[in-house]
Design a protein around this ligand. Structure first.
Ligand SMILES: [Zn+2]
Ligand SMILES: [Zn+2]
Length: 611
């Protein structure tokens, strides 16, 4: 599976080294062994170093150290060299079992390991692993010897609180990556370099799309005019798609009384992600963390017959969820965001078809935005509500919907929500990275809690089946992801400014204005660059701003009533009349083409999932 960059917090999550997926297991085991190799080198350079933990993580590993001084880039080189020397020696990883007392004695000089040992359950077998002179408390597993460690690279040093707790000591964390072969390592490092150039926080600033203000508060996004234009266009497009497919648009308030969150169970099960309440006439109100309860109350505001079902409510619903400040990341991980949320109320017999049409819409979105995608089906977790038969029926429905579309999917055993199975779709971007995409969840819980019914053909009340779904997820995260996917060069239909008109001298200002007027009345976003710079500087500036089309107008063009057309790629399309230019650009915009010169052909292949 490609690296999951969306959920940046998972970047630091330890990966359990469990047999199952062979490649993932072997990679994690090898990477974790590389962390030991690194610790061995660090111990050699800093005999007084104290060691925290050193797990495998997505694409690599880290180890936390308490060291007498801050590490420098030169230190990393040194550590790498020492690691290579130890790898060459082919040191064997030797496992030893010991009792808790023995372990405490052995690690008595290291408060971190002592704390870990004291945290182990009574009577647990404790193990150490030793390679060369380095002995570590570890449950393993590791590769047999250091020579089985593949090509690696140390990447960076960061401060990391012991156990992620800001009240505990800050250690130095070294991140590294390791791969089975050199080409794989090279590809990965190249991808990272490319990703850095595309970082949405950097491009967001350069292109003036969004910002976060210390005074407003962390994790709260300010959408600047250009970013807001992109979001507006996406929202309009999506709302129309939904209306075309039989959804109804609804709006629900940003705050709600605690009553609703008691019924929904959010206060009990989700309370730690919610913000403290505000008191209004002695009733506690909460910022909404989810839109579901509001949609359910709209459904329940009147009785429904089976003839009306399915009912599909859609809202661009802004929700607020608590995220630790250390996990916030640009637009990708924030505290307030707008979901393209929908809840479908239907009969149990309609679930296959409804899930199917959500999948179709998700595939359409992937195609429009130029993502490939892969689907995961999450089944019943250990702790779950609802009987097994109901679960199996719903899982079957999801499988049928996927299979009817000949979509390959990955079965994620036990990864459903406690209240129902789900399909998670990941977008794969231009660099092959996976981003959280659409989720489709069947819910057995809320229809029970809220007593959500319809009158069936038999005249009796029946429970509805409820489906939660988002397609783009959060507008913040989706647009942040798009910035990286497109490297800031949005397709013509989404570019905040589509055409920059560049007069060569001030003598052409009037002509430039008249061209702009014509483009605007044709529905394009265009303006004249009136800055005092030279033409080359203006072209360069438009390119940096990733404006798709530049129309250069000089004396000759003004006389011939024409424009010289350039693309942001530097390509020169030559001189043409305004009408000729419109013939090029309007079909491109209209068809939401990812190409600036050609519209999407209507017969274009549907987006293919990869799995
Ligand atoms: Zn280990
Ligand atoms: Zn929901």
């Amino acid at each position: 599976m490609p690296p999951d960059v969306q959920d940046v917090s998972t970047m630091d999550i330890d990966i359990a080294i469990e047999p199952g997926n062979d490649r993932a297991y072997e990679l994690a085991r090898m990477r974790h062994s590389t962390a030991h190799l690194m610790a061995e080198a660090v111990q050699e350079m800093f005999p007084k170093a104290k060691f925290g933990i050193g797990p495998a993580i997505a694409n690599g590993f880290y180890y936390d150290f308490e060291l007498p001084r801050p590490l420098t880039p030169e230190d990393l080189n040194q550590i790498e060299q020492r690691m290579r020397a130890h790898r060459k020696k082919n040191e064997v990883f030797e496992r030893t079992e010991l009792s808790q007392e023995e372990a405490l004695e052995l690690f008595r000089d290291n408060p971190y390991k002592v704390e870990l040992i004291e945290g182990f359950p009574e009577g647990e077998t404790i193990t150490t692993y030793q390679q060369g002179d380095f002995l570590d408390l570890c449950r393993g597993p590791h590769v047999d010897s250091t020579r089985e460690i593949g090509p690696f690279k140390l990447q960076s040093v960061a401060g990391a609180y012991w156990r992620g707790d800001e009240k505990r000591p800050m250690l130095q964390r070294i991140y590294g990556t390791a791969w089975p072969t050199q080409p794989e390592l090279d590809d990965y490092l190249h991808m990272l370099e490319e990703a850095q150039k595309r970082d949405h926080r950097r491009l967001g600033r350069e292109l003036d799309l969004f910002s976060v203000s210390e005074e407003i508060g962390p994790g709260l996004i300010l959408w600047h005019p250009k970013g807001a234009m992109i979001r507006y266009l996406i929202e309009q497009f999506e709302q129309q798609e939904q209306l075309d497919r039989g959804y109804d648009l609804v709006y629900t308030p940003h705050i709600a009384s605690e009553k609703i969150y008691r019924i929904s169970g959010h206060l009990d099960t989700y309370g730690e992600n919610m913000y403290s309440p505000m008191s209004i006439e002695e009733v506690d109100y909460y910022l909404k963390p989810m839109n579901c309860p509001g949609h359910i109350m709209i459904y329940k505001s009147q009785g429904h017959s089976y003839r009306e079902l399915p009912i599909r409510f859609a809202e661009l619903g802004t929700v607020y969820r608590y995220e630790r400040s250390g996990t916030l990341h640009g637009m990708l991980r924030v505290r307030g965001f707008t979901q393209d949320d929908s809840h479908i109320f239907c009969t149990h017999d309609q679930v296959v078809e409804e899930v199917g049409s959500v999948i179709d819409l998700a595939a359409h979105m992937a195609e429009v935005f130029g993502y490939r995608f892969e689907a995961y089906l999450g089944t019943r977790p250990e702790k779950a509500i609802g009987d097994e038969a109901t679960w199996n029926r719903a899982i079957d429905a999801l499988k049928k919907a996927l299979e009817a579309r000949q979509l390959d999917y990955i079965l994620d055993e036990g990864e459903g929500a406690f209240y129902g199975p789900k399909i998670d779709v990941k977008w794969l971007d231009a660099l092959g990275r996976a981003w959280t995409g659409p989720t489709i969840q069947v819910d057995f819980n809320l229809p029970e809690r809220f007593d959500v019914n319809y009158i069936a053909e038999d005249g009796e009340r029946h429970r509805v089946a409820m489906i939660h779904r988002t397609l783009l997820g959060s507008m913040e995260r989706f647009v942040g992801g798009l910035v990286e996917h497109y490297a800031g060069a949005f397709p013509a239909w989404l570019a905040p400014l589509q055409v920059s008109i560049i007069p060569i001298t001030d003598d052409q200002l009037d002509f430039a204005e008249s061209v702009t007027k014509q483009l605007k009345s044709a529905g394009l976003r265009a303006n004249v660059d009136k800055s005092s710079g030279r033409m080359q500087a203006k072209i360069r500036n438009a390119q940096l701003q990733k404006v798709p089309y530049m129309l250069v107008v000089g004396k000759r063009e003004a006389e011939a009533n024409s424009v010289a057309v350039r693309l942001r790629s530097g390509e020169d399309l030559g001189a043409m009349t305004i009408d000729q230019f419109l013939d090029v650009v309007l079909p491109v915009v209209e068809s939401k083409s990812l190409n600036l010169r050609q519209p999407n052909s209507p017969a274009s292949e549907p987006a293919h999932p990869v799995a």
